[in-house]
Design a protein around this ligand. Sequence first.
Ligand code: FAD
Length: 406
Amino acid sequence: MAIDFTLTPELEDLRTKVRGFLDEVVVPTEKTLDPDDRDAYLTSLLGMRKAAFEAGLWCPHMPEEWGGMGLSHVEMAMVQAEAAKTYYGPWVLNCQAPDEGNMHTLLHWATPEQAEKYLRPLCDGKAWSCFAMTEPEVAGSDPTLIQTRAYQDGDEWVINGHKWFISNAHRANFAILIARTEDDPDLPQAANSAFLVDIPSEGWTEVRQVETMHGSTGHSEILIEDLRVHNDQMLGGRGEGHLLGQSRLGPARLAHCMRWIAQAETALDMMVDRSLNRFSHGSILAEKQGVQWMIADSAMELYQAKLMVLHAAYKIDRGDDFKSEVSMAKHFVANSLNRIIDRAIQVHGALGYSTDTPLAGMFQHARWARFADGADEIHQMRIAQRTIAAYKDFGTTKAATGDLPI
Ligand SMILES: Cc1cc2nc3c(=O)[nH]c(=O)nc-3n(C[C@H](O)[C@H](O)[C@H](O)COP(=O)(O)OP(=O)(O)OC[C@H]3O[C@@H](n4cnc5c(N)ncnc54)[C@H](O)[C@@H]3O)c2cc1C
């Protein structure tokens, strides 16, 4: 048996190095950031990126030939779970959503010419990207309903449609756009194709950045009117848009989970710290059973979250089917994150509700985790379907619970 959770000395060094970099560079710089002083703000942000690059902490998820560190998904879990303890950490290391998922997608689906034009600048930190799939008019949970349409006109595709919640679109240099190209596909999932769209382009209009419960932070509504792209701009083959989306979302969802673990751990640390320093009814909060239960539940959930993420990452690295494990991890970690931050706020009382601690902001950000990149109920539907199928096929549900050797 080769189940071993100890890190190699090289990986332990890397984790220590990431943590040290965050403590020495990112945390102090974040404290001085003032978005109103635009020039100083940008100089600080770019300075952190330059420092990460010089420290050899750049694009950890990309192969070395693309300027990255060539880490596996299990190795990435260590880096993301450290980096996301700070707000800008993942961005500073150039492994932030949605660029990170788009880099993986381009690495696996782009032609050499497309990769050179779109992937290279992303890896070099010289471009931004977005992934445009969700539409206001139809349920994003069911991509077979996508209404954005593309038809062929000579050596071009003409695209019309409407997208929203497109993260990063306001500053992206290009989009991976999903549109319906097939009227009568063999499978409903084979109706869509993916296109690479340069931004700005005639026919691509940003209507607004949608105002959300955590502000107007770059999730745009886009109108697409007679947008023309050359045949060469199709990413993958005709009708492969759904497949591409799914293969992108697996690792991208897990990368979210790695970052959420960092946030959940921060919340639990804060919960315990507060409970050790607040006195009420004759003892500190840490000695109250009601508070201990909140701490215990959070510790158990965080432990489960880490194991699920590591196991799903291990399956991706081995080339095994990872769909169920990523679905279960995404659902579980997203919900644990919300519960753990909520408990941390509870233990902080009014202070937790204030913006004097990061908890309120973390809670607002955490809420979208339960429906973006696959709503809870969609993951539950798929997990149940696979569990029932496993029972029908093998007379046991074992294969659907991680296919572990116990
Ligand atoms: C902060 C943020 C960033 C985002 N970034 C992007 C992006 O960059 N690109 C992009 O394309 N999209 C993005 N999205 C959109 C996101 O992927 C969608 O919100 C998600 O896919 C759900 O689609 P929807 O909002 O249309 O909800 P719907 O599909 O309308 O679903 C609403 C709810 O209905 C329920 N439901 C739906 N179907 C079922 C079912 N079959 N069974 C049971 N219950 C069901 C669920 O509770 C679900 O939450 C982002 C969203 C947010 C909030």
